[in-house]
Design a protein around this ligand. Structure first.
Ligand code: HEM
Length: 143
């Protein structure tokens, strides 16, 4: 049996594509009319750094890394009702946009790679959403 693909390997292949994050955000912003207004006035370079950090958390949580999980829970609270108030629908847009961008950028993309990503992203989103319901804006911005 071929080895189970590692989303981390795929991520590092995507990072070698210079416009990876630009392509993701272009797709995500176009995915629902409610997304662009939330990013008005955003400093994109900084936002991309924050997203890189968020992805590191998403990839480390399944390895049992407690610090990554706590950090992701903070990010989740900040996205929750007491903060950015991101609805579930937009998380679905986020995941779909991310998977489509990986498909475009990862030279070794396959259905199995996509499945591995989908599981990791869905588990991470579940951690964020569960934390969002546990209290107010967490310990504040994680940057
Ligand atoms: C798994 C999915 C997501 C991850 C990993 C993620 C990650 C992050 C991180 C790490 C930050 C910075 C957190 C902080 O300042 O404490 C952030 C900010 C933000 N995110 Fe997300 N996010 C996700 C989904 C979404 C979705 C679905 C939306 C909906 C539009 C969204 C909108 C925003 C906005 C508007 C900011 C604030 C930018 C600012 O004010 O500086 N995010 N995100």
């Amino acid at each position: 049996m071929p080895p189970i693909p590692e989303p981390g390997d795929s991520y590092f292949r995507c990072l070698r594509v210079p416009a990876f994050f630009e392509r993701f955000y272009a797709r995500f912003l176009a995915s629902d009319p409610d997304v662009p207004r939330r990013f008005v006035g955003i400093e994109w370079r900084e936002q991309t750094q924050l997203l890189r950090r968020g992805l590191a958390m998403l990839l480390l949580v399944p390895t049992g890394n407690g610090a990554a999980r706590a950090a992701l829970e903070d990010v989740g609270r900040r996205h929750g009702p007491a903060g950015l108030d991101v609805p579930d629908r937009l998380y679905d847009c986020w995941v779909a946009s991310f998977l489509a961008t990986v498909r475009e950028c990862d030279a070794h993309w396959s259905d199995a790679v996509e499945d591995a990503w989908r599981r990791t992203l869905q588990d991470g989103v579940a951690v964020m959403q569960a934390a969002a319901l546990t209290g107010p804006g967490g310990s504040g911005r994680t940057r």
